[in-house]
Design a protein around this ligand. Structure first.
Ligand SMILES: [Zn+2]
Length: 146
């Protein structure tokens, strides 16, 4: 366990890795970053909403990241970022709570459409050394700040 509610296994599992029979094992630096992410973002969110959830994606090895079609600069590669949503909670409400209450590097409402509260997911990254507190909404085409 990295925190009371999150373990390394769930932050490094990957359907893509399973499907392609490739490894998605983080190294020591990535494990450190995932631990900070769990302590500073995932666990406070879990404690506040008091609803169990598990990120759909956190660490991605270079090959998994490439197969996922993600950018080579993705913070998932270094274990700094996770994608998640919480059952019964609107993604905008989740993102707004993080924005107001936590320190983070980048917070993105991914593939979110305001007319559909459950659309998309929240991407949030935490950097042990510097955090920009940048907030973006991506509707599938454009990024804008919120
Ligand atoms: Zn992401």
């Amino acid at each position: 366990m990295l925190t009371a509610h999150f373990n390394l296994n769930e932050l490094s599992r990957s359907a893509i890795a399973l499907r392609h029979g490739i490894s998605n094992a983080p190294g020591p630096q990535e494990v450190y970053n995932l631990t900070r992410l769990a302590i500073c973002i995932l666990e406070p969110v879990r404690q506040h909403f008091n609803i169990p959830y598990s990120p759909s994606s956190a660490y991605r090895s270079p090959e998994v990241n490439r197969l996922a079609g993600s950018k080579p600069t993705s913070q998932h590669l270094s274990g700094h970022a996770a994608d998640f949503k919480i059952p019964t909670i609107a993604n905008r409400a989740l993102a707004d709570w993080i924005k107001t209450n936590l320190t983070f590097d980048q917070l993105i409402l991914e593939f979110h459409h305001p007319d559909d509260p459950g659309s998309g997911w929240v991407h949030c990254s935490y950097h042990p050394d510097h955090n920009r507190n940048q907030c973006l909404i991506f509707d599938g085409t454009h990024y804008r700040e919120f």
